[in-house]
Design a protein around this ligand. Structure first.
Ligand SMILES: [Zn+2]
Length: 255
C-alpha cells in the first residue's frame, strides 16, 4: 500500500497578528533549510502585504522548490468583510504574489480558517482553482466547518477544490503545530499522518516581541514556542515519514 500523502503548509504572515515580520526574516530561512535537508517540499500561504515587504524571501522559497499560494492581502477575518473587500483581498493578493513569484497563483487559504460559506464562486471568479481554508475549529469561525474536514471536496457553487486541515485523532482540534503544542499529551496516541498540516514560521521564534492577537490568547498561542515547537515539529514530521508518508505540495494529485 502506498504511504499517505502529507502536505506541510506554512502560513506566512505578520508575527502573532502584528505587522512585524521576524518570523519571515529569522524563522522561515531556518525552516526552509531544515525542509531542504529532508527533501520535503512545503506549500506557503503568503499574505500579499508580507510578500510585497519581503519579496526576496518568497522568491527564495520558490527557488528551493516550494509552492506559493495566497493567504489574502491583509489577513482580515473574511466573514466580517464586505463583498467588495472580500473581492479585493482575493484579487490584490493574487496579483501581488504573481508579481513577486512570476508564476500563477491558484491556491488560497482564508485567514483564521474563516471561509464564508459562499466564497467558492468569488474564489473562482478571482482565478483560484483550489483552497485549503477549512479546519474543524477556528477562534473566528468556531465550529463552522465541523464534519467538512475529512476529505477534499468542491466548494459549494464552484469548481474550486477544497483541501481541509483535518482533525487531530478525529477530534475537533485542527492538525496544526499550535494545537499539537496545546494538546501535546494526545500525541502519545500516535495520530496518523494528516493529509494537510499547518504552522506559522513565527511559532519557531524563541522570543515573542510583537503580539497583536486578543490578549486572552497569549498563553495558549505562545505555549511551547520556539525551540520546543521546533523539536515537536521535526519529531512529528520524522514520525510520519517513518510511517511511510510522502510529502507533497498542494493541490497534489487531486485526491
Ligand atoms: Zn493566517
Amino acid at each position: 500500500m502506498p504511504g499517505a500523502e502529507v502536505a506541510l503548509t506554512l502560513d506566512v504572515e505578520g508575527d502573532f497578528g502584528s505587522a512585524a515580520l521576524r518570523g519571515v526574516d529569522e524563522a522561515l530561512p531556518r525552516l526552509l533549510d531544515a525542509l531542504d535537508a529532508r527533501a520535503i517540499p512545503a506549500t506557503l500561504f503568503v499574505v500579499g502585504d508580507a510578500a510585497r515587504a519581503r519579496p526576496a524571501a518568497i522568491r527564495d522559497a520558490v527557488a528551493r522548490g516550494h509552492a506559493v499560494a495566497s493567504h489574502s492581502m491583509t489577513h482580515p477575518a473574511l466573514s466580517r468583510c464586505s463583498r467588495a473587500r472580500q473581492r479585493a483581498e482575493l484579487a490584490d493578493s493574487r496579483a501581488a504574489l504573481e508579481d513577486v513569484t512570476g508564476a500563477p497563483c491558484l491556491g488560497f487559504r482564508a485567514p483564521y480558517f474563516d471561509l464564508p460559506r459562499d466564497l467558492g464562486p468569488l474564489l473562482e471568479e478571482a482565478g483560484y482553482a483550489w483552497s485549503s481554508s477549512k479546519a474543524p475549529f477556528s477562534p473566528v469561525a468556531l465550529y463552522r466547518h465541523l464534519g467538512q474536514t475529512r476529505g477534499a471536496h468542491a466548494l459549494p457553487g464552484s469548481r474550486v477544490r477544497e483541501f481541509p486541515v483535518p482533525g487531530l485523532l478525529g477530534l475537533p482540534i485542527p492538525e496544526g503545530l499550535s494545537y499539537r503544542r496545546l494538546f501535546r499529551p494526545l500525541l502519545a496516541l500516535r495520530p496518523r499522518p494528516p493529509r494537510v498540516f499547518y504552522l506559522h514560521p513565527y511559532e519557531l521564534l524563541d522570543r515573542v516581541e510583537d503580539f497583536a492577537l486578543p490578549r486572552w490568547m497569549r498563553p495558549f498561542v505562545t505555549l511551547g514556542q520556539g525551540r520546543a515547537a521546533s523539536a515537536l515539529l521535526w519529531r512529528s514530521v520524522d514520525a510520519w515519514r517513518g510511517a511511510g508518508a510522502r510529502f507533497v505540495t498542494l493541490p497534489g494529485g487531486g485526491t
